[in-house]
Write a protein that binds this ligand. Structure first.
Ligand code: NI
Length: 197
């Protein structure tokens, strides 16, 4: 999992965190295009129409291959591109941590959007992602990044090295809530008509 830049997880390191360029040299990139987001958006017909027009990149994230231990911290960056499927904004799939009782911090570097939080019992909230804001994702909460702006939404994240990602529950049931754009251009949170189906 080591990148091209030697990262000394035992003795420490300094990283040039240039997100779009040099940073990617030492990082492991994961890209999700629209075709890889099947079933994630509520409006299936709009999703099919959007795919016929192409297969744009919806989001990507960069990781550094941190040791997967409870003592280390994994960190990296996430970039969600601007766009919509129907009236639903581009977003990440979202995930729980495999070790559910582990938290995470996101710091917004550029762009505008929200972090949708939801725990297994259904408690949820929307946290603002705006440059200079830090969002605390508490233990047990699934988290999804949503770009409601017109520029890429770039965040820095850090979480416990062994926390892991659990996408399964989100991919099968979705979230209880959606963030959509109203005709007047304002965003709104609504119940997900597909939840649990
Ligand atoms: Ni996470």
């Amino acid at each position: 999992m080591a990148g091209q830049i030697p990262l000394d997880w035992k003795r420490g390191f300094t990283l040039d965190f240039a997100l779009y360029g040099g940073y990617s040299k030492g990082a492991i990139s994961t890209k999700r295009s629209l075709s890889q987001m099947k079933g994630m958006f509520a409006d299936a017909a709009a999703y099919e129409r959007a795919l016929q027009a192409g297969d744009p990149l919806v989001y990507e994230f960069y990781e550094l291959g941190a040791p997967e231990t409870s003592n280390d911290l994994a960190f990296g960056s996430s970039i969600v591109y601007p766009g919509k499927v129907g009236n639903e904004y581009y977003m990440t799939k979202g995930h729980f941590h495999t070790i559910l009782e582990t938290a995470e911090v996101y710091y917004t570097l550029s762009g505008e959007g929200f972090m949708l939080l939801e725990n297994p019992e259904g408690d949820n909230s929307l946290q603002l992602l705006s440059p200079g804001n830090a969002v605390y994702v508490p233990p047990r909460y699934a988290h999804r990044t949503i770009n409601t702006g017109t520029a890429p939404l770039v965040t820095f994240f850090v979480f416990r090295g062994d926390a892991g990602h659990n996408y399964g529950a989100i991919e099968t049931k979705g979230y209880r809530k959606l963030v959509i754009e109203e005709p007047d251009g304002k965003f709104q949170t609504v119940d997900n008509p597909k939840w649990g189906n």
